[in-house]
Design a protein around this ligand. Structure first.
Ligand SMILES: [Zn+2]
Length: 248
């Protein structure tokens, strides 16, 4: 690490659990973030500031005025610009030492898979079940950790599926895909602005813990936040022996 990096990351290096070695791990890591909306904003800002050396961030959507209430990567100046590109320019302002790749196109399974192959870890900051189930399949096949998050109205949730371990449950175990449309969208139902920040930041924390191999990740647990009451609950998730993804 150069002198300026030692200063930039000094408050991490001071933590015995991270230290110089841990900060190097963060610098040498590659994280794929799918979605540059509310969750992706908070997650990517903390990961970039923390010095994750390679961040790939994907979003095919453009910044709309109704996004700015919670998607803090984007500003008035980003209106009409692709969200991944807007994310890249904000993240580069926060930390110019890291490499950020913006993917502007809509991802099909194949392109999602090839991006995931290059990354050490995948963070699902998407807002739809199709992407969530696809990322779950891809991460399982590649045996990579997946940090999953969701937020709607005043309620949020986070979990980690670590497919490097055989006993990790998967997203499908938790929410079996019944094929019906159970989508709740922020555009129809609303979302409390700081909620996406709390959930996205929790995803960043879990991702960094996995890279650093410290603490206890949310594997086999679903962390639920009811922000109106500010109640946190942690539910145990069991691997489903009938799961069509992870139990073959
Ligand atoms: Zn499963």
């Amino acid at each position: 690490m150069r002198d300026n990096q030692l200063i930039r990351y000094s408050r991490h290096i001071l933590l015995p659990e991270i230290d110089y070695e841990g900060q190097l791990k963060l610098i040498n890591s590659h994280v794929l973030i799918v979605g540059a909306g509310g969750l992706g904003s908070a997650a990517s800002i903390y990961l970039a500031a923390s010095g994750i050396g390679n961040i790939t961030i994907c979003d095919f959507d453009n910044v709309d005025l109704s996004n700015l209430q919670r998607q803090i990567l984007h500003t008035d100046k980003s209106l009409g610009i692709n969200k991944a590109l807007s994310a890249k320019s904000t993240l580069n302002l926060i930390n110019s030492e890291i490499k950020i790749v913006a993917i502007e196109k809509k991802l099909d399974i194949k392109s999602m898979e090839s991006l995931a192959k290059e990354a050490d870890l995948i963070i699902d900051c998407s807002d739809n079940f199709l992407t969530r189930y696809s990322l779950n399949n891809i991460a399982f096949n590649l045996k990579k950790p997946l940090v999953s998050g969701a937020a709607i109205q005043f309620d949020g949730q986070v979990s980690v599926f670590d497919f490097r371990k055989n006993d990790s449950p998967c997203y499908q175990c938790l929410f079996p895909d019944s094929g019906e449309d159970k989508e709740l969208r922020c555009s129809d139902h609303g979302v409390f602005s700081p909620l996406v920040g709390i959930i996205g930041s929790t995803q960043a924390a879990e991702a960094m813990k996995l890279i650093l191999e410290i603490g206890k990740p949310l594997v086999g647990r679903l962390l639920i936040l009811e922000a109106k009451e500010m109640n946190w609950k942690s539910l145990k998730i069991l691997k489903d022996p009938q799961c069509k993804v992870c139990s073959n």
